[in-house]
Design a protein around this ligand. Structure first.
Ligand code: F0G
Length: 351
């Protein structure tokens, strides 16, 4: 069977209005990659997998929810959509809007969006509006303007974003053969953890695949759900999750509570170390995407999680190519060498 995206594959499990007109880029169907060396380092005797969501059409997990939100909007004859974004939602909204012939307006915090994301939004000809404020400020603005004017909101407040996003959980259950014991993932605006928990419960109702514990991970400088209150000036190198007042924060806490899981935080240092560690496995993810695995490592080392005999799936939400600067700025690229075998031998074999 030719793969045609998540709405086509999971139409029976998704609560999308009948009037929806599918707009797809064949999103989803992402690989579940075993990471045995890291599992060994963390004590062994358990299975660790990465759900590599960076392999979606626009390089992040957002495409699952966006295909659903744009399909619903097109079915309603909407002409324009709007979102606030730390970058990935913007790039995804821009691509799906382009495909559907809609105008997309994307608001982003100026100077705080990784290069690959803003470039994606520009490439797909969205109207990019940078604001002198945070993601939280941008979200407040887009909610207000979409209440007042005929422009549809495609942030994860939009319920169809959550519907589509659930399919990540469905796929994991199919790939593993059941729900994993633990599912860890980064948390920003908290749409993703809300969706995964909903998706695992939905799949369990229909296919009896069981339920995982949810481990949500925030960046320490942007950890409102760990602190129990909004963070006014969130800061983190993981700009994707630089969010101080998550729209679905309550649902994230509920997912953690109901699944007997937790929401924790990791420092930027822990996040970047894990990004580098995963790259050494051949899996390059953007910083925020490494937060889930960084949190898992922390919980195992603290003795809060005993991984023995468990199957653990970490959602890596975005591709490393989204944020090239974070790598380049940490690296020292040597000067070019003249063309010549002697020089090349010297560089390779002199030490
Ligand atoms: N990882 C990446 C790469 C993200 O881009 C985001 C959110 C998250 C994790 C967190 O997911 O918000 O559902 O809890 N990015 C949004 C955006 C906010 O605008 O692209 P969440």
């Amino acid at each position: 069977m030719i793969y045609k995206g998540i709405i086509h594959k999971y139409s029976e499990l998704l609560d999308l209005p009948a009037y929806s007109i599918t707009v797809s880029l064949n999103e989803g169907n992402t690989p579940l990659i075993p990471i045995p060396r890291l599992a060994n380092e963390l004590g062994g005797d358990f299975k660790l997998f990465i759900k590599y969501e960076g392999l979606n059409p626009t390089g992040s997990f957002k495409d699952r929810g966006m295909t659903a939100a744009i399909s619903e909007a097109v079915g309603r004859n909407v002409k324009s959509v709007i979102c606030a974004s730390t970058g990935n939602t913007a790039a995804s909204a821009a691509a799906y809007s382009a495909r559907a012939g809609l105008k997309a307006f994307v608001l982003m915090p100026a100077g705080k969006v990784a290069a690959g994301k803003i470039t994606g939004a520009i490439a797909h000809q969205a109207e990019v509006i940078q604001i002198d404020g945070s993601f939280d400020d941008a979200l407040e603005l887009v909610v207000k303007i979409s209440d007042k004017h005929p422009v549809s909101l495609v942030n994860s407040i939009n319920p169809y974003r959550i519907e589509g996003q659930q399919t990540g959980a469905f796929e994991i259950c199919e790939q593993v053969g059941s729900a994993p014991d633990i599912c860890c993932l980064p948390v920003g605006n908290a749409g993703n953890i809300t969706s995964y928990w909903k998706g695992f419960r939905r799949f369990n109702e229909v296919k009896h695949t069981g339920l995982p514990q949810m481990l949500g991970v925030q960046a320490a400088g942007s950890a409102p759900l760990v602190l129990g209150e909004p963070v006014k000036n969130p800061e983190t190198v993981a700009t994707a999750i630089r969010i101080g007042n998550p729209a679905r924060g309550e649902e994230a806490l509920q997912a953690a509570h109901e699944s007997n899981g937790r929401i924790i935080s990791c420092t930027d240092k822990e996040i970047l170390e894990m990004q580098s560690r995963l790259a050494q496995e051949g899996v390059w993810v953007e910083p925020a995407s490494a937060a889930g695995v960084a949190g898992l490592k922390k919980e195992i080392l603290l003795g809060n999680i005993d991984p023995k005999d468990k199957t653990i799936v970490a959602i890596c939400t975005g591709h490393g190519m989204k944020d090239p600067d974070i790598i380049v700025n940490q690296a020292e690229l040597k000067e070019p060498i003249p063309v010549g075998l002697d020089k090349l031998e010297e560089v390779i074999f002199s030490n």
